[in-house]
Write a protein that binds this ligand. Sequence first.
Ligand code: ATP
Ligand code: MG
Length: 360
Amino acid sequence: MSKNYHIAVLAGDGIGPEVMREAIKVMNAVGQKHDFTVTYEECFVGGAAIDHCGTPLPEETINACDKAQAILFGSVGGPKWDHLPHSQRPEAGALLPLRKRYGLFCNLRPARIFPGLNALSPLRADISAQGFDAMVVRELTGGIYFGTPKGREGEGDNERAFDTEVYTRAEIERIARVAFKVAMGRKKKVTSIDKSNVLASSVLWREVVMMVAEDFPEVTLEHLYIDNATMQLIKNPAQFDVVLCSNMFGDILSDECAMITGSMGLLASASLASGSFGLYEPAGGSAPDIAGQGIANPIAQILSMALMLRHSFGEIEAAEDVEKAVARALKDQIVTADLARAMPDAHIVNTVQMGDAIVE
Ligand code: ATP
Ligand code: MG
């Protein structure tokens, strides 16, 4: 009997629904090949949910996510809802509560220059041609964004402002374990980012990462200070495999890594909890400038779905098949308009045709 997985599908706003249809199409196709089925519960989220239900994360959506094995998320937000107060906006009102509710402590952001697409990178051609295929593993629920005390004090509450970076041994250990496990399925190298020459939290970070490394003797571990890491990424990006970071350093480096590839429509992400549950979404936003035109690149959504196959369902071969199919379509020079400038002779297709090419 074939396996069945049940997921919540939160397509959201802008190009979200357009690229989501393609991801589901590819998921059904790869399921057929690998003998599993997927059932979907589609729910409103973000601006679409504000319009239909008056809130960015309605009760029915939360209930559907509670019942699901994973969440496939599109993108939320757009100019229509920008006038709302910050906490009621699609972004802050939907994604942050989901991260919190499901304890999504680990953010995986693969960033890769696909073969043949190095002209998209803003780096010098001789550097981008050496390749870049990194995975940022970012701690997502701790560190300076959440540490207490935090606030302002002094005369009229205005003299001083402060944030506190707090990491516990347990928090560092669980994110480090994810990084080493991911590295075992890749090039077996972890670069841990810290600022242990000045921060006490970084000293503990380094200690715990070195301790976890003892359980993974095949993996090479390197440490870089954050300032040096930002520089090395520009100078010699090919040296990186898995990049292990705290919440704030990962926030900075994942954007830098995305920019090195130069292709927002290709980048996936996963936010994982301690079990197999995860939320999977493209790294880019709702792209209101091209929404409704049927030209958005569905690859980021499709690769996010592949991360779900790998990390929530353990369907490693199916995930690899999807990743290979994407690489193959690009190698055959089938591209959406956003990638056209990298390939002067490419065959430019729309969103649906790109999905079809990957299924094929
Ligand atoms: P945020 O990341 O805060 O949502 P944003 O909404 O400004 O920021 P995006 O929605 O990611 O950013 O859009 C940035 C640019 O990248 C836009 O010009 C958009 O058209 C383009 N873009 C993003 N995703 C895709 C995609 N899947 N296909 C084609 N172009 C895309
Ligand atoms: Mg956006």
